[in-house]
Write a protein that binds this ligand. Structure first.
Ligand SMILES: C[S@@+](CC[C@H](N)C(=O)[O-])C[C@H]1O[C@@H](n2cnc3c(N)ncnc32)[C@H](O)[C@@H]1O
Length: 212
């Protein structure tokens, strides 16, 4: 793979500057099932301080219970502008902050959040290991981490298609061939639940406990 094909912050920013105007119309519904399962799970968990990493246009925000205090971060100014409008229009008083920030370098102290959510983000960030380390650092020990993402399956037509599509990662703004392992290190997270979600079981919801 050449450098031009890998993701970096500049290519991710460019991709989401392009996607922002139509993101909700196209991806809002397409990715709704996993996102809503993630939000429902978070609403059922103990703990109030929630970080949503890669909050995007804030499409999840109206669905959190009012006792959850949400901080959202994203690298894309254009996606965050949409999120801020949504929060203002819907008067969502439980959204504490929406901040432009790199998920691989979070500007929060260790153990700040009870719950950290990353929905459709893990295969978008340039360095998934650093991203996971940062999520775990800011989440309390014993806290909850919710990941919704597409993970590649080895072999078969699907695997072949994913490997072909991966050549366009820099244009798509995500990696179709993203693998669950080594992304999740069973030594530092305990997987509590893992299940496939729509459309076509292409995405997976993973609920883990942070045991860093
Ligand atoms: C596919 S969108 C998902 C948006 C939202 N979570 C949802 O459920 O639809 C991925 C988001 O991750 C953001 N993102 C990508 N890399 C990032 C990084 N390094 N730090 C913070 N946000 C990032 C993108 O800007 C984009 O808004």
């Amino acid at each position: 793979m050449t450098m031009t094909m890998t993701l970096n912050l500049a290519s991710v920013r460019r991709a989401y500057r392009r996607h922002a105007p139509y993101y909700d119309v196209v991806f809002g519904n397409l990715l709704r099932s996993g996102r809503m399962k993630g939000v429902d799970k978070i609403n059922s968990l103990p703990g109030t301080n929630v970080l949503e990493v890669g909050v995007g246009t804030g499409i999840s925000l109206p669905h959190f219970k009012s006792d959850k205090r949400i901080v959202g971060i994203d690298i894309s100014k254009e996606m965050l502008d949409k999120a801020r409008s949504r929060v203002n229009d819907a008067k969502l008083s439980n959204v504490n902050a929406l901040l432009e920030m790199d998920a691989e370098e979070l500007a929060f102290a260790d153990n700040t959040f009870d719950i950290v959510a990353a929905m459709y983000v893990a295969s978008v960030v340039p360095n998934a290991s650093r991203f996971m380390r940062e999520i775990q650092r800011v989440c309390v020990r014993g806290g909850h981490i919710l990941i919704v993402n597409h993970f590649t399956r080895e072999g078969g037509l699907r695997g072949a298609a994913e490997r072909k599509l991966a050549r366009l990662s820099h244009m798509l703004g995500w990696r179709p061939d993203f693998a669950l392992e080594p992304f999740l290190d069973s030594g530092t997270v305990e997987i509590i639940e893992q299940r496939d979600t729509s459309p076509f079981g292409l995405f997976t919801l993973i609920h883990c406990r942070n045991v860093k």
